[in-house]
Design a protein around this ligand. Structure first.
Ligand code: 2PG
Length: 209
């Protein structure tokens, strides 16, 4: 049986991440120097995995984070279906105290299962899940045994809930940091098991610097 493995990573740091400002799918920011270093350290640790296929989103920060693998000539596909959730009116600027209060109210709505609740001008988790499912199907049906997927914080939480068949309202259980790794392996039932979650051991060198 093909024990397909999906190496799922979040992109490296951007200046927006550093400032705690959401960029969503509307702000196409580059990774910063720390983000580049995170990408290099991930490449150093995983360059010997025989990846058959790379996937990144339509946002440049994901492509930049796996540049080392792209330079090896591994086939790569852009999947806009995996783009970060749109945070609508909240993207790109620091939140005012009122906005921050509303943002936390919205996160709570999702936690209690109101998954159609969309941020003003943006998407709801159910809308993202509906578009993402098509991208997940493409990854699952890819015949490659080892695939690398680079995407986004909130989108990863939704991806993991869908592929592991977990209730979307508990998506916050999937913690994430820039360039963290979630490792998934196909099981005998055709589903996926989580082998490793939010693994940042490859970034140790950065902490020590
Ligand atoms: O939208 C953002 O800014 C964050 C939120 O989780 O996502 P990412 O940095 O992973 O794209």
């Amino acid at each position: 049986m093909n024990r397909k493995k999906i190496y799922l990573v979040r992109h490296g740091q951007t200046d927006f991440n550093l400032k705690g400002v959401v960029q969503g799918s509307g702000i196409n920011a580059d990774i910063n120097e720390t983000g580049k270093k995170q990408g290099e350290l991930f490449f150093k640790a995983y360059r010997n995995v025989p990846f058959d296929q790379l996937y990144h989103t339509a946002l440049i920060r994901t492509k930049q984070s796996i540049q080392g693998f792209l330079d090896l000539g591994i086939p790569a596909t852009t999947l806009p279906e995996l783009n970060e959730i749109s945070w609508g009116d909240y993207e790109g600027t620091p939140m005012t105290p009122d906005e921050s209060q509303y943002y936390h109210h919205m996160l709570n709505q999702w936690k209690i299962g109101n998954l159609d609740y969309a941020i003003a001008g943006g998407e709801s988790p159910n809308i993202v899940a509906a578009r993402m499912i098509k991208g997940i199907e493409k990854i699952i049906s890819d015949p490659g045994e080892n695939v690398l997927v680079c995407m986004h914080g909130r989108a990863m939480r939704i991806f993991l809930s869908l592929i592991l068949k977990k209730d979307l309202k508990n998506m916050d259980d999937f913690e994430h940091q820039n360039l963290c790794l979630y490792l998934l392996e196909k099981n005998e039932d055709g589903g996926f098991d989580l082998l490793r979650g939010n693994d940042v051991s490859h970034l140790k060198e950065l902490d020590e610097a």
